[in-house]
Design a protein. Structure first.
Ligand code: NAD
Ligand code: ZN
Length: 354
């Protein structure tokens, strides 16, 4: 439920069978133009199957290069040019078929094309259980990630977990990092469940996966519903992200988003233990949980600490030499802590390089 409109998320193995009837129930007809946007990794697997189930609709397709670099103003410009040339109007739809990159890019185009048209998400990564919900859409600027964007809620999300079976192992781990994040910020019993199911999730056991993605989505949706425009608790979703964005930038995206978030969650957890909010025992529990998902927990020695701090300082969460961060306070619970000193951040970054 959002201020603008409510929307459904349909999740399960094989649910793309229902795609056409779901679109019909949104009022989409054979006359509605739909621009399917995907990337060149996803297209060979899923473009034809999706076109087949949606064959009764007026589908156009636009394939971008896979990777974070697709979230650029140049890419937005090319898609908009295509849409104008092909007569897309305010009744048209965009359908994002892909991971978080495609969702963020497509949703951003939808948010500005003719002052906003509707869009549908068809996520194909685990991470997209997070990125497809909540309406944050946007692109990157050469000086930083996600600096250009909007709030624009999708009309519908169809999440066929069958589509996940072609995901590279790195993307599986990366996506699971955000599932872990959802447990850690909101639900201790889900956190313990994750601890027990790491192996089946890494092996893409569908039963476990559907449960994990359902729980992760539920937590995300609940938070977004309460605080759509991020004035309060939605900030909890940024757990691990302050450092993550800096790591992504410094690594030139060698670290995937989820891997960077894993490092960021370890960082926030250590910080919390040092300040005295959590015990060493909880710190260890979190560290082991993240390791169990085969995610990175340290910072490469080669990364320059001062450069990382510089990027953190450019972040909007910074005031003078202090930062505001989301820190764990017990298992499955976090809070926003103001006034964390930069010297402490520096110290922990150094420790994590060990
Ligand atoms: P991604 O979209 O780049 O996908 C990762 C890689 O997997 C790409 O190479 C892609 O081509 C490939 N891929 C996708 N689906 C596949 C499949 N089914 N089979 C084989 N290969 C497949 O990245 P992501 O990790 O899904 O998303 C990361 C992006 O999401 C970041 O840009 C991040 O900022 C954004 N994000 C946004 C939000 C939000 O609320 N809007 C939340 C979290 C992350
Ligand atoms: Zn994230």
């Amino acid at each position: 439920e959002t201020r603008d409109h409510d929307y459904d998320l349909l999740i399960g193995t094989g649910v793309s069978n229902q795609f056409a009837s779901e679109l019909q129930s949104l009022g989409i007809t054979a006359k509605t133009k739909i621009l399917l946007i995907t990337d060149h990794h996803v297209a060979p697997y899923y473009l034809e199957p999706v076109k087949k189930v949606l064959s009764e609709f007026q589908l156009f397709e636009y394939i971008v290069q896979a990777g974070e670099s697709a979230k650029s103003l140049e890419q937005v410009d090319s898609i908009i040019t295509y849409m104008i040339q092909h007569g897309f109007d305010r009744t048209s739809y965009i359908l994002a078929l892909g991971g978080g990159v495609i969702g963020d890019l497509s949703g951003f185009v939808a948010s500005i094309y003719m002052r906003g048209i509707r869009f549908i998400q068809c996520p194909t990564t685990i991470l997209a259980h997070d990125s497809s919900i909540g309406g944050k859409v946007g692109i990157n600027h050469p000086l930083g990630k996600n600096l250009i964007g909007a709030f624009h809620q999708p009309s519908f999300i169809l999440y066929d977990t069958q589509f996940l079976k072609t995901l590279p192992a790195k993307e599986i781990r990366s996506g699971l990092a955000e599932v872990v994040k959802h447990g850690l910020i909101a639900d201790s019993s889900f956190t313990h469940w994750l601890n027990q199911h790491a192996e089946s999730l890494l092996n893409l056991d569908f039963e476990a996966l559907n449960e994990a993605l359902y729980q992760g989505s539920r937590i995300k949706a609940t938070i977004v519903k309460e605080d759509e425009k991020e004035q309060g608790i939605r900030a909890y979703l940024n757990f691990g992200h302050t450092l993550a964005h800096a790591i992504e930038t410094v690594s030139h995206y060698d670290y995937s988003h989820g891997e960077a978030v894993a490092i960021g969650m370890v960082f926030a957890t250590r910080l919390s233990e040092r300040i005295g909010y959590i015990s060493r025992k909880i710190e260890d529990y979190y560290l082991k949980l993240i390791e169990r998902f085969q995610l990175p927990t340290s910072i490469p020695k080669a990364y320059n600490t001062e450069e990382i701090l510089q990027i953190l300082m450019r972040d909007k969460k910074f005031k003078q030499s202090q930062i505001r961060m989301v820190l764990p306070i017990e298992i499955g619970k976090v809070m926003i802590v103001e006034g964390i000193e930069i010297d402490l951040l520096r110290k922990i970054i150094e420790e994590m390089k060990a």
